[in-house]
Design a protein around this ligand. Sequence first.
Ligand code: ATP
Ligand code: MG
Length: 299
Amino acid sequence: MSEPIVELRDVTFGYGNVPAVENINLHLHPGQFAGLLGPSGSGKTTLLKLILGNVTPQRGTVLVKGMNLRGRPSQRVGYVPQLETIDWNFPVTVEQVVLMGRIQKMGALPWATRADKHAAYEMLERLGLSGMAQRHIRDLSGGQQQRAFLARALLAQPDLLVLDEPTAGVDLGTQENILRLLADLNKDGVTILMTTHDLNAAAAHLPWVFCVNRHLIACGPPDEIFTPKTLNATYRGNMVVFRHNGMLFVGEQPHDHSYRDLVPNPVPGDAIIKPNGHANGSELAPQTQKFIAGDDAEE
Ligand SMILES: Nc1ncnc2c1ncn2[C@@H]1O[C@H](COP(=O)(O)OP(=O)(O)OP(=O)(O)O)[C@@H](O)[C@H]1O
Ligand SMILES: [Mg+2]
């Protein structure tokens, strides 16, 4: 097998006395498209920081393309941060964000060349953002912002792309688009590691996953390692796994009480909805029945 693009050997790191990740051994090989899964606080972002060289392991070694990082970032790694961690008040346009991807290549001249700009616009077009280059980054939707940061990372032509929750906070269609785009990039030769909380999307789209909870709990194809045993060890919940039409689904066992115990509750609110679905008009009665727009039209 090829030399790993990322190798963690017995890595332990914590922000204080308590380790956030402990004794982690993992390999990511060139060409892999892998997910990093685990509950909130389980150390996913910390692992990405270690791979990016943003923090130095307290014990163990992080190798990227065979080089010991020792806390120094590798230029061959592109990073797409979690959207919530970005300061949106920073005055910057989409074009400027994307061109930041070229900074390392700009050399002595700290401004973008015509070729840099051409590459930036091509990337924006590929990611469905043409026409948005001059907008303030804050004025894009979550899915568009995600793609702008992806464009920035790709402009540096990384060997490895690391994404922190690229599908969080976007609708199902946008999530599908992002995952399809990442799969296309992977086919073009980019190795990808992404964190996600979406187990079902991981089961459907990712060929390989790492499950962590401070320690590495399991790694392998979701089809093989998404079992109640590994998922319960990772999430410390009561997970159920079932298959339907060749697809794998993961869910949490319902709690002792169901939301149905709370019915009738709340008392139907004071939304006033016309049978055709539009709210207006004082002559209308409050909607107290279950209502699905368009259902009455079929009757
Ligand atoms: N800068 C920091 N200072 C102190 N503790 C931190 C810091 N960043 C993370 N931690 C702690 O380290 C642990 C791992 O955090 P990390 O951000 O890696 O989790 P995560 O798996 O990415 O969680 P999430 O799914 O919520 O993003 C948590 O207990 C967290 O509180
Ligand atoms: Mg995180």
